[in-house]
Design a protein around this ligand. Structure first.
Ligand SMILES: Nc1ncnc2c1ncn2[C@@H]1O[C@H](COP(=O)(O)OP(=O)(O)OP(=O)(O)O)[C@@H](O)[C@H]1O
Ligand SMILES: [Mg+2]
Length: 329
């Protein structure tokens, strides 16, 4: 496939931030926010970028949106270099950033959209038709004439999406689009995102909700400390860990060493992850031999060593945690 057929091509992308600290601002701190990132997004693809806080997701998306200049590396959007064709590319992309500001509280939702439509130099007849369609798409049609300062944060988030879609972009970046949105609203928003994909849009999405990424994305890149550490379809990622059953149990902190000794007897292929809370340790055992694990643990069930035990299928979240915890080890 030639680069013209790709929506996004990223080559050796880096972004280094230098910030000054201290009373005289004499100390310089260098943050390698994005280091040597390479990936392509196909036209019409819904691509997910996942990673922990500070991993470099927003920095990457901002570079793709022409809002930040890369320290080095290249980005092509629809085959065009982003630094040489910035204005043309801007017309073809739309974006929202989680918790973003930039709406005018004193104006109604419709007035906000009309204002941004003028900025994009959209013809008034297009705007007239488009605004009610977009308000409908994001579920705000009954509130279009209310001032945005009276909106809840989830409603503002939806309006941001409508704004991002005003000029009918082919490529859409959604940085944590469902953050702060209630479960019903988030489900509706996911349906909207699927709709956009069905309309042929290319979408790059960041999220901390693994189930959301699993449901929506064709492919997922996992980024950690500014580097891509995994890139695949959700199902291929889930198959990465051979184990397909997860047994979850809880133990008290004081009994954890004894439990660890017990679990050391298991097949080395079994991976065990420990998640600490204040009083309890949640233990997830990923195994292809659930029978063996249950046999080993059942004598201890409902004792101090093993509080309740549950069995379930592996989720993308399990795989994500496994990949992130395994990075750099
Ligand atoms: N303008 C800036 N100046 C200095 N450092 C920055 C700036 N923007 C981001 N960084 C740093 O770059 C790194 C990556 O930040 P980024 O916002 O890209 O992370 P993220 O993956 O989007 O995280 P989150 O999930 O919390 O949104 C962090 O260490 C952050 O502190
Ligand atoms: Mg971010």
């Amino acid at each position: 496939m030639t680069t013209e057929q790709k929506a996004i091509t990223i080559n050796q992308l880096r972004k280094t931030f230098k910030t000054r600290h201290g009373f005289w601002k004499r100390t310089t701190r260098v943050t390698e926010a994005v280091q040597d990132v390479n990936f392509d997004v196909e036209r019409g693809e819904l691509f997910g970028l996942l990673g922990p806080n500070g991993a470099g997701k927003t920095t990457t998306v901002k570079m793709l949106a022409t809002l930040l200049i890369p320290t080095s590396g290249t980005i092509s959007i629809f085959g065009q270099d982003i630094t040489q064709h910035t204005n043309e590319i801007r017309k073809r992309i739309g974006f929202t950033f989680g918790g973003a500001r930039g709406l005018y509280g004193r104006l109604t939702a419709s007035e906000n959209l009309r204002y941004f439509a003028e900025l994009y130099a959209l013809p008034p007849e297009v705007t007239r038709k488009r605004i009610p369609e977009l308000l409908e798409l994001v579920g705000l049609s009954t509130r279009g004439d209310d001032k945005v300062e009276t909106y809840s944060s989830g409603m503002q988030q939806r309006l941001h999406l409508a704004r991002a879609l005003l000029h009918d972009p082919e490529l859409i970046y959604l940085d944590e689009p469902t953050v702060g949105i209630d479960p019903v609203g988030a489900r509706e928003l996911r349906a909207t995102i699927k709709n956009l994909k069905a309309m042929g849009k290319t979408i790059l999405l960041t999220t901390h909700y693994m189930a959301e990424a699993d449901e929506l994305c064709d492919r997922i890149a996992i980024i950690n400390n500014g580097r891509i550490i995994a890139l695949d379809t959700p199902s291929a990622l889930k198959n990465r860990i051979t184990a397909d059953t997860v047994i979850e149990l809880k133990t008290s902190l004081e009994h954890l060493p004894a439990l660890k000794t017990l679990l050391d007897q298991l097949d080395p292929l079994t991976s065990v992850t420990y998640t600490q809370n204040t009083h309890e340790e949640a233990v997830s055992i990923h195994t292809v031999q659930p029978g063996t694990v249950i046999e080993l643990l059942s004598p201890w069930l409902n004792t101090d060593l093993v509080h309740n035990m549950e069995m379930r299928n592996q989720t993308l979240e399990d795989v994500y945690i496994n990949i992130i915890q395994g990075d750099g080890k």
